[in-house]
Design a protein around this ligand. Structure first.
Ligand SMILES: [Zn+2]
Ligand SMILES: [Zn+2]
Length: 338
């Protein structure tokens, strides 16, 4: 399962109800912060998700509404014992800006000692977890080096217990071998092939996250069949020319992409203050009904073969702060932040 928490869903500037761009993806024990607009620290606190294990940050691009919160977040983490390593992934121009920001926070030449590493992204696999892959794909926006991200579980064939029982396969290592795709020979001398006890292969959950984008054409392949696509919808069709000149898309364009690419659920973010969210929703739903306009702290759960579920981060099972350990007060490293 993947969980996506929107921490900030406003475009360009914050509003009363929406913070600037940031989202968190939880995949097993890993947490990936995607973008870090101004005010993200406070949104993390409000979400109750905590700062622990927040060691991987993915940047869709380097515009200020997506990165200005990094200085504050790194400063906080650096002054508390929570920061052992902070791995920031982004395109070259985004990383150059972040480097300058980190120089202000930690001092020139001190970035590596602070535990910050800046990692250029290339299209393709970015991170391998147990049973899932995170990959990056190219996104057209203003300038080069803009990326979208796909989290995808591996295809798995469910183990058919009834068949295994009928074949007399004991519970234990023999079954593990078969699940791993290797034949086993039973004590009665019979060899069982994996396909005798495995069901039809089941596609893993797929979550795609796209930030600012100027055209949807190049994205069809990358987001095809996604269980959940999160993508910006900064403008409405009435302002299509403005969308084009600013390098953004309309709600209708996002919906058409979801429809054509066989996406199951669409979540729109990067919402402009110029529109009522209901108008954004109505425009998208007229093309693709399975659309929601994401709000701050909305949590989406993406499970293999199941419909996407939406709740609020503060309602997350296990308590607002996840485990008790995550809510433990952090120990201060020094007396005061400088
Ligand atoms: Zn933006
Ligand atoms: Zn932008």
């Amino acid at each position: 399962m993947f969980e996506l928490v929107f921490l900030g869903t406003s475009a360009s500037a914050p509003s009363v109800h929406r913070g600037l761009s940031a989202a968190l993806v939880i995949a097993q024990e890993h947490r990936f912060l995607i973008d870090c607009g101004e005010g993200t620290q406070r949104q993390i606190l409000r979400s109750g998700l905590g700062f622990r294990r927040l060691d991987k940050i993915l940047l869709t691009h380097g515009h200020l509404d997506h990165i200005l919160g990094l200085g504050g977040l790194a400063s906080t983490l650096g002054h508390w014992e929570a920061l052992e390593a902070l791995n920031i992934y982004g395109g070259a121009s985004a990383l150059a800006r972040v480097h300058r920001l980190m120089e202000v926070v930690f001092g020139s030449g001190n970035i590596p000692q602070a535990g910050i590493s800046l990692n250029p992204i290339e299209v393709g696999a970015l991170f391998e977890g147990k049973g899932f892959t995170l990959s990056a794909f190219s996104v057209p926006h203003r300038g080069a080096g803009c990326f979208g991200f796909t989290f995808e579980e591996e295809t798995r064939s469910p183990f058919d217990n009834a068949k295994a029982e009928a074949l007399g396969i004991p519970a234990g290592p023999e079954r593990r071998e078969l699940v791993a795709g290797r034949p086993v020979t039973l004590s009665n001398g019979r060899t069982v092939q994996p396909d005798e006890v495995l069901g039809e292969p089941q596609k893993g959950a797929k979550l795609c996250f796209v930030g600012d984008v100027s055209r949807t054409g190049p994205l069809h392949k990358a987001v095809a069949g996604a269980d959940l696509l999160a993508i910006e919808a900064t403008y409405l069709e009435t302002d299509r020319d403005m969308a084009k000149s600013h390098g953004h898309i309309t709600a209708r364009a996002a919906a058409r992409l979801a429809q054509k690419a066989g996406v199951k659920q669409l979540a729109l973010h990067h919402i402009s203050r110029r529109y009522h969210p209901q108008a954004v929703l109505a425009e998208a739903q007229s093309v693709f009904p399975a659309t929601v306009v994401a709000g701050d702290l909305d949590l989406f759960q993406v499970r293999r073969g199941k419909p996407v579920e939406k709740t609020n981060a503060t309602q997350r099972r296990g308590g607002a702060g996840g485990s008790r350990w995550e809510r433990r007060p952090m120990q201060r490293k020094d007396a005061e932040a400088q």
